[in-house]
Design a protein around this ligand. Structure first.
Ligand code: COA
Length: 170
């Protein structure tokens, strides 16, 4: 495991999207190993094409937050959150919330640097950034088999709220 003494958190923009590719692909690999029973999964190329297009949309929208954990110039982790009107979500017909919802869209730390607090620092920055915008209701999506990530979120106060089930072609 590498040392995290020199990790700094910097705010990112749309120009930083290419730096996130290997980190996002590591999330995709985590999803595959956490829930093998849901295979097949898309290729690394496809997952990044889809994800980077989403990030371009989100990072040109007001309220989106990107924090990158870096050592020297190497990105070793990132977190991205965005804000949406609750009326455009699955939340409005069930829960009383503010008019806007924050979504923690992504959280990733390079495998070599996990378990040393970087993910918690990134998550806390995203939570603080949403709260500073007056957005205090937040959601995060996670695969149910991704128990390590869910434990981290629960430690930060998140509670399980909604579960999708998937039926695959035989
Ligand atoms: C989920 C993820 C972002 C967490 O990042 P991380 O940097 O490992 O997170 P942290 O180090 O803050 O916390 C993880 C564990 O290390 C422990 N930890 C925290 N600070 C620590 C420190 N300074 N030294 C040692 N361990 C520490 C935490 O207590 C936690 O313990 P746990 O195993 O009981 O949960 C990372 O594991 C990851 O990228 N996973 C793959 C992608 C993924 O699943 N993303 C989420 C998609 S929903």
């Amino acid at each position: 495991m590498s040392s995290v003494e020199n990790v700094e958190l910097v705010s990112g923009t749309v120009d930083d999207i290419p730096r996130l590719e290997p980190l996002w692909v590591s999330v995709h690999h985590q999803h595959q190993s956490a829930m093998r029973e849901l295979a097949p999964y898309v290729t690394d190329e496809t997952t990044w094409a889809e994800r980077s297009a989403l990030y371009e949309t989100l990072l040109t929208k007001p309220g989106t937050i990107l924090w990158i954990a870096q050592i020297d110039d190497r990105a070793v982790g990132y977190g991205l959150a965005h804000v949406m009107p609750v009326s455009e979500t699955w939340i409005a017909d069930t829960w009383v919330t503010g008019e806007r919802i924050g979504e923690i869209e992504s959280l990733a730390v390079h495998p070599e640097f996990r378990g040393q607090g970087i993910g918690s620092r990134l998550l806390q920055r995203l939570i603080d950034g949403l709260n500073e915008q007056g957005v205090e209701d937040h959601v995060i999506g996670a695969l149910p088999g991704n128990v390590d990530a869910i434990r981290l979120y629960e430690r930060h106060g998140y509670k399980k709220a909604w579960t999708y089930l998937m039926n695959r072609p035989k």
